[in-house]
Write a protein that binds this ligand. Sequence first.
Ligand code: G4P
Length: 511
Amino acid sequence: MSTQPAPRAGDNPERRTFAIISHPDAGKTTLTERLLLAGGAIHAAGEVKARGAARRARSDWMKIEQQRGISVTSSVMTFERGGITFNLLDTPGHEDFSEDTYRTLTAVDSAVMVIDAAKGIEAQTLKLFEVCRLRSVPIITFINKVDREGRPPFELLDEIADKLALDVAPMMWPAGMGGEFEGLWDIERERLQLADGSFSPAPFPAAHADELELAQAGYPAFDEAAYRHGDLTPVYFGSALRELGVEPLIEALARYAPGPRPQPAEPAAIDPASPTVTGFIFKVQANMNPMHRDRVAFMRLCSGRFKRGMRLNQVGTGKQIAVHSPVLFFARERETADEAFPGDIIGIPNHGTLRVGDTLTDGPPVTITGLPNFAPEILRRVVLKDPTKTKQLKKALDDMAEEGVIQVFHPQIGAQTVVGVVGQLQLEVLISRLEVEYKVDAVLEASPYDTARWVASDDAAALRKLQEEHRSQMAGDRDGHPVFMAKDLWDLNYIQGRHPAVRFSATRERR
Ligand code: G4P
């Protein structure tokens, strides 16, 4: 049980733990930089990118990131403002890394959705939004790049409302965009921010006055309860690059975004005000420093006051984990954390004991629910060029499966491991890391299977029948759960139809 004195309700310092969701190029990096700059976490614009470059230089496989100009790894950035600590969880934007991204979204209490004013809702924004909706994560919208020609604000708002089935409440209104841009109108405070960032006592520019009136009449007013419930999004306009509308966004996060929310778990949801220390691992990153083969598990603290050196129980294994050198991730460097509060993210260095989905607690066993495993869309057989490297290959695949880079399936027949990924880029990462980090020379061969489904049934005989009839298509995932590998969707549907008592699931929720 907790050795801490029970904090009174409201004792926890304020936290806003959030992620930015967007399509690549909408301006997430630029906005992140502005937020950190505003919070004093970095001192000059450009440091987020510069830091990224230094980090990328560390290991060869990350060259893929450089070549493609995308961010593969995600990190945590912390800044403070007005007594509130903001934890910004970076989510990789590329669609191939959706699994990691989805898991990161299970560790936030709210999200900022960045939309390019010229493009509106794009594919990746939509996907990420859907994950947020599954968990009713409240969303603040930031329509970026108003300094450029964009689509009319009405069109953008209607698109958000239609495509996302959300109510939209404009909080700011742009007086023109691009060359016509005259400023941003703060609807609540009734004041105009000019392109140079200063505030003008002038009223809203007459040329756009009808538009503003229509906007105020045509859209619902902001309703905090509806926002918190994930039914309404307040919409801010701005330009990350020109530092316009960034302050109001931070203010909105401070005023409206929720602090730590109760975490779905079994036997009961975790109350952030509970004195028991409980957290869960949403991400594991191996080899952050290739010289040390280190591995950092990212834990989201759900309740209690965490102190360095604490012993926590790993639910399920009964192991005690002594957390001697936890790290908080600040923008400039990793800093050692002495204390952390609900909503904070703690990095726990370990040697592979901690896995994504694990719950750690100093109280009675409790298990976080809702971290999904996704059905792979590409399956490949891994073939070793040097058969003496079997052990290294197994270790490498286990490591990467733990990080969520790949999924590993062991077919019932034959010795070759099958790997599953959600996107092509993950295969490149896999091969490159095998070579660079594990010195394993392997090739990926086409597999006769296209996709996989986890299978389960309340009727043991029905499951056995499937397994016996389709022995060559059965495999176990790395925890030994049965998986059916299908040649294609037609095959999957056909077999499914013939085994109605068996559930075929595209995701296996980690419990
Ligand atoms: P991402 O992380 O979402 O992929 O986007 P990022 O911030 O890297 O921004 C993508 C491009 O959009 C960058 O230009 C960036 O400068 C630009 N951008 C971001 N915010 C704004 C804005 O408010 N207004 C305008 N006009 N542009 C904006 P780039 O040329 O691709 O990169 P860079 O060479 O400028 O770094």
